[in-house]
Design a protein around this ligand. Structure first.
Ligand code: PBG
Length: 333
């Protein structure tokens, strides 16, 4: 037989055949759109480091959510930018906190749209850490440390307040040990046994969150998050994080960031049967936006390829600031 015997190009010859043998697809049903909500009236404040992303006050929120729903995007994830910060992040668990208000408003207007609430304290604490800080003295120096177990109580209160406001899914992103167990128990006790937990199981201490922290005003005022978020060098530890969350009752797992952690997505997909979420984070978004603004890359093609790559790596769902754009591109390719 003539060489070569294997001719892979046969199945690449026409668009018709390529469409038939395509292994992975991206659909609007895979997308989750993040929204930043804030106090005040008539606020639609651009976020400098994230072109085309805004802070919305509640009176401007309906238009944005209407657009998202009209595009067929099934879900949003809400991030609060509060007007009050304190040591325990009380606006996170206040029944009238900005995320709770936004949740009620969106659910009243779009009952079918899935509202996911990010459960963390960092936007709400004056020190900018994801839990409460315990200060103690070591050799005459004041050392601030995030107190794991004390933080769990506040995070649980926040999750319950979010569920009470009508959040369909609770998404804890704080990386305290035992947070899924604590929040599950709190939700169950408050009568929200049916509210699922999408756990930010594997969340790395990443420079890719830079633009988000500008957006959410949540940069830590001292130190960094390396004592609770994961070391980017580790992957076996990612399995232990995910395993702990599964045992504690998580309904969905997440890997964050996505682009630099595709191997972690694949590993979790192979090891666990829970729906898997990839978070295409702010830094991944802003890099593409910046290069596209320079005319160096084709934004639509780059974004489509990145998101498809996350699906191929194992993601069932993708949280992405490109959700609206991608939904439009999927409508008219
Ligand atoms: C809050 C939180 C962060 C992100 C989502 N939830 C920031 C952080 O941990 O510093 C980052 C999202 C993004 O970069 O798009 N804990």
């Amino acid at each position: 037989m003539a060489f070569p015997t294997t001719r892979l190009r046969r199945l690449r010859k026409t668009a018709g055949i390529r469409n038939m043998v395509r292994e992975t697809s991206l659909s609007v049903h895979d997308l989750i759109m993040p929204i930043f909500v804030t106090h005040g009236t008539n606020v639609m404040e651009p976020i400098t480091s994230m072109p085309d992303v805004y802070h919305f006050s509640l009176d401007n929120l309906n238009d944005e959510v209407d657009r998202i729903a009209a595009l067929g995007i099934p879900a949003i994830i809400l991030f609060g930018v509060p007007d009050h910060k304190d040591a325990t992040g009380s606006s996170a668990y206040d029944h009238n906190g900005i995320v709770q208000q936004a949740t009620r408003q969106v659910k009243a207007r779009h009952p079918e749209l899935v509202v996911i609430a990010d459960t963390c304290l960092c936007q709400f604490t004056d020190h900018g850490h994801c839990g409460v800080v315990h200060v103690h003295e070591v050799n005459g120096h004041q050392i601030g440390e995030v107190d794991n177990d004390a933080s769990l109580a506040y995070l649980t209160q926040a999750a319950v307040a979010q569920a009470e406001a009508g959040a369909d899914i609770i998404a804890p992103s704080n990386m305290m040990d035992g947070f899924v167990h604590a929040i599950r128990a709190g939700l169950d006790e408050a009568g929200y046994q049916d509210v699922p937990i999408m756990s930010y199981s594997v969340k790395y201490a990443s420079a890719f969150y830079g633009p988000f922290r500008d957006a959410a005003h949540s940069t830590p005022q001292f130190g960094d998050r390396k004592a609770y978020q994961m070391d980017p060098a580790n992957v076996r530890e990612a399995l232990r994080e995910a395993e702990a969350d599964v045992v504690e009752g998580a309904d969905m797992l997440m890997v964050k960031p996505a682009l630099a952690y595709m191997d972690v997505l694949r590993l979790l997909k192979d090891q666990f049967d829970l729906p898997l979420v990839a978070y295409n984070v702010s830094g991944e978004y802003s890099m593409v936006k910046a290069a596209a603004a320079q005319g160096w890359i084709n934004e639509k093609e780059i974004v489509s390829e990145m998101l498809l790559g996350m699906k191929r790596a194992g993601a069932d769902l993708i949280i992405t600031y490109f959700a609206k754009d991608m939904a439009e591109w999927l409508q008219k390719p």
